[in-house]
Design a protein around this ligand. Structure first.
Ligand SMILES: Cc1cc2nc3c(=O)[nH]c(=O)nc-3n(C[C@H](O)[C@H](O)[C@H](O)COP(=O)(O)O)c2cc1C
Length: 460
């Protein structure tokens, strides 16, 4: 069988993910795993029509397609995303139709599920026969049991292809309700209290709704907001994945394009950030993805901590819960405050007007009171993954992260909590005594749980 491997690493074949593919190839020599470097050659694929067509021809002839990619900031790399956009832009979806598809990712399991959701959604949109996805932790290949698990997965995938296994789409096609947003009320400016407001958009000429939403929010901010279009920023390319930023947050592109300056001078100095984008397939545009990937020069340091962040989204966000989660999680891990998300799905322009004004009011209110809403599992879970990784395996090469986490007290492992440790030791022994155990788990548990709260309340 011939399996086409669409490689999503910007590092081409010198990539962790491709070592996993190499392992599969070694164990299944009867099948050909043809690797095509997508993310690394994205510009060439886009600019040279023949290169794109050659890939499509390979796909047509393949018995199966493996989407093999590293996790990049909650999703696939921006250049892989661009290739996915080209498939519909160049009407090449038919080549994928009915092909048995599987996903293989390597990552540190930080939002691997949102990347998988996205990619499976794309497979469903392309009408492929989706087998399953496999999320390998980047070091799994060193463990024998993980290697066995991986082989199991691929054995199953190959067998499914042979028996023409059926598949049912998980993600419904997106229903695109064309509703036009035209502001109904005249702008009603609010006092921005001297806050620095930056609106970043990727709006293009024909993105009428998005442009109108951006304009309306800017008007509410009494013209104090600076509107920056990502198309006007000199961005030479996507993140290279080189991790040169690991040492001291110096990007390989430093001095070569305008992104670092833009991020440092515009985003980091703002009090309120409004991100505005139009949905493209099941995410925002690949340009927005480039923005998020290139922001990685800050490595695992929350570079937008304390800021108010709002999103203006044009498109069917209500049908893309995974994308909504990415926007929420991005804000939470940044330790910023998600003021809200306004979309143009609502057919009543008046309601959108009202929501945009409310968004502007709350942004300033929260900025004034420095309000950051508590993090949910999205932020807490993500922070713990980073904390453990930077303390352990990723301390090298992420030296800047280690310094930051250490000085900011982010290594808050429970083993430092000595009073809880002593209490756990004593209670751990006590509950071994049947009579004590009966009492604790019987009558005492519920009342003792609230006792410290009651003491606190009586003091406050
Ligand atoms: C810019 C950048 C962004 C990353 N984003 C994520 C992420 O969101 N989640 C995650 O679990 N790992 C993330 N990683 C880790 C990579 O996914 C992981 O190291 C992967 O194995 C690299 O594979 P490759 O060598 O094939 O490119 C990121 C790495 C880089 C360099």
């Amino acid at each position: 069988m011939k399996i086409v491997v669409l490689n999503g690493s910007p590092k081409g074949e010198i990539s962790v993910t491709m070592q996993y593919v190499g392992f599969i190839q070694k164990k299944f020599p009867q099948h050909e795993l043809k690797i095509i470097n997508i993310a690394q050659r994205a510009k060439q694929i886009e600019n040279k029509e023949e290169t794109f067509q050659e890939i499509i021809e390979e796909i047509k002839e393949a018995d199966g397609i493996l989407w093999a990619f590293p996790l990049y900031v909650f999703l696939v790399h921006s250049q892989y995303k661009r290739f996915i956009e080209l498939i519909t832009e160049r009407s090449a979806a038919a080549a994928f139709k009915g092909k048995p598809a599987a996903i293989l990712t390597t990552s540190i399991h930080f939002y691997d599920h949102t990347a998988h959701n996205y990619m499976q959604g794309i497979c469903d949109d392309l009408d492929m026969k989706f087998y399953a996805s496999y999320s390998a932790e980047m070091r799994d290949l060193f463990k024998e049991n993980e290697r066995e698990r991986l082989l199991h997965f691929f054995q199953g995938y190959f067998e499914a292809i042979v028996r023409k296994a059926p598949a049912i789409n998980v993600y419904s096609p997106l229903y695109l309700q064309p509703s036009e947003y035209t502001p109904k009320t005249s702008p009603n400016p609010i006092d921005t209290c001297g806050r620095k407001i930056v609106i970043i958009t990727d709006a293009e000429q024909d993105h009428s709704n998005l442009k109108q939403m951006v304009d309306r929010v800017a008007e509410h901010f009494t013209g104090q907001a600076e509107v920056i279009n990502l198309h006007d920023i000199d961005i030479k390319g996507g993140c290279l994945g080189c991790i040169r930023c690991g040492y001291d947050n110096t990007c390989a592109y430093s001095g070569k394009d305008g992104f670092i300056e833009f991020y440092t001078n515009k985003l980091k100095t703002a009090d309120i950030l409004v991100f505005a984008g139009k949905i493209r397939d099941r995410y925002l545009s690949s340009l927005w993805k480039t923005f998020f990937d290139r922001g990685f020069f800050n490595t695992h340091i929350p570079s937008l901590a304390g800021k108010q962040v709002a999103f203006l989204i044009s498109g069917p966000l209500g049908q893309l819960s995974s994308l909504r989660q990415i926007l929420e999680a991005y804000t939470e891990w940044q330790q910023a405050n998600l003021v809200g998300i306004v979309t143009d799905e609502e057919p009543d322009s008046q309601k959108i007007d009202n929501c945009l004004r409310e968004l502007a009011i709350r942004s300033v209110e929260y900025a004034n009171s420095h309000y950051i809403r508590p993090t949910t599992f999205l932020g807490v879970g993500g922070r713990k993954i980073f904390r453990d990784e930077i303390w352990g395996h990723l301390r090298f090469p992420f030296a800047a992260d280690h310094h930051f986490y250490k000085t900011k007290g982010l290594y808050d492992f429970p083993h430092k909590d000595y009073s809880t440790r002593v209490l756990n030791l004593i209670l751990g022994w006590l509950i071994k005594i049947p009579a004590v155990r009966k009492k604790i788990y019987g009558t005492m548990m519920i009342s003792k749980m609230v006792e410290p709260f009651q003491k606190l309340l009586s003091k406050l």
